[in-house]
Design a protein around this ligand. Structure first.
Ligand SMILES: O=C(O)CCC(=O)C(=O)O
Ligand SMILES: [Fe+2]
Length: 219
């Protein structure tokens, strides 16, 4: 399941993060890529610093407060986050991300751009779901969350600059099919609640979702 979540950050938050990001040092992104991804990775990444950690906290806080992210990802925590920058001519070829980062299993990947698509050409995130490729170009402040198991790439940027947070989430529910069942039940329960109120059908649906979550959640 690929989830696009609108407005994780509002325009003010995006502008503040962008201004703070402009003050950071950026280095070659190859330093954080795995053995095979390194060969196809051409981008820049903010070097680790206290200021960068502060930005990561804002992003993880905004995602954690987002109901759609909670329902779709069931996050236990964030394994890693990066702030990356693609200037004209830069790209990240087809690759798969590391299964373990900083000792944590990576179940879900996300991209949250700080640049609007009008600021650059190319630069789409292309996710291969096994059957076909999907090209995703998000507005600044939106996020896409997708299984870390998927092959993916970033198309070459041919004009302007694409700045984005990327990160990896460890989920309490490791199996993507189970996560999708929980997400569907959550969405259905919410819809019943909003249209019909807290009816017996809602109580049953929500109980079923809660109990499946209890059965499937890692300790
Ligand atoms: O920038 C993106 O949308 C994804 C980048 C990526 O695949 C990575 O950093 O591993
Ligand atoms: Fe990647």
């Amino acid at each position: 399941m690929i989830l696009v979540i609108a407005n994780v950050l509002d325009a003010h938050e995006v502008a503040a993060l962008r201004a703070a990001a402009e003050k950071l040092d950026f280095v070659d992104g190859k330093t954080t890529a795995g053995r095979y991804a390194r060969d196809v990775k051409q981008n820049l990444q903010a070097s680790p610093s206290k200021a960068l950690d502060g930005l990561f906290e804002k992003v993880s806080g905004a995602l954690s407060a987002n109901e759609v992210f909670q329902a779709g990802a069931r996050p236990r925590g964030f394994a890693r986050m990066l702030l990356s920058r693609y200037r004209s001519g830069m790209a990240y070829g087809l690759h798969v991300d590391d299964p373990i980062m900083q000792g944590q299993r990576t179940d879900l990947s996300f991209t949250l751009p700080l640049s609007d698509p009008a600021e650059y050409d190319g630069g789409g995130l292309v996710i291969d779901d096994g059957l076909e490729e999907r090209v995703i170009r998000l507005a600044a402040g939106d996020a896409v969350v997708y299984p870390t198991s998927a092959l993916h790439r970033v198309e070459p940027v041919t004009r302007g600059e694409r700045m984005a947070f990327v990160g990896w989430v460890t989920s309490r529910v490791r199996d993507p099919a189970r996560r999708e069942v929980l997400y569907d039940l959550d969405v259905a329960a919410r819809e019943v609640f909003e249209t019909l109120g807290k009816t017996p059908a809602f109580d049953r649906l929500f109980k079923a979702k809660s109990n499946l979550y209890r059965i499937w959640a890692d300790d």
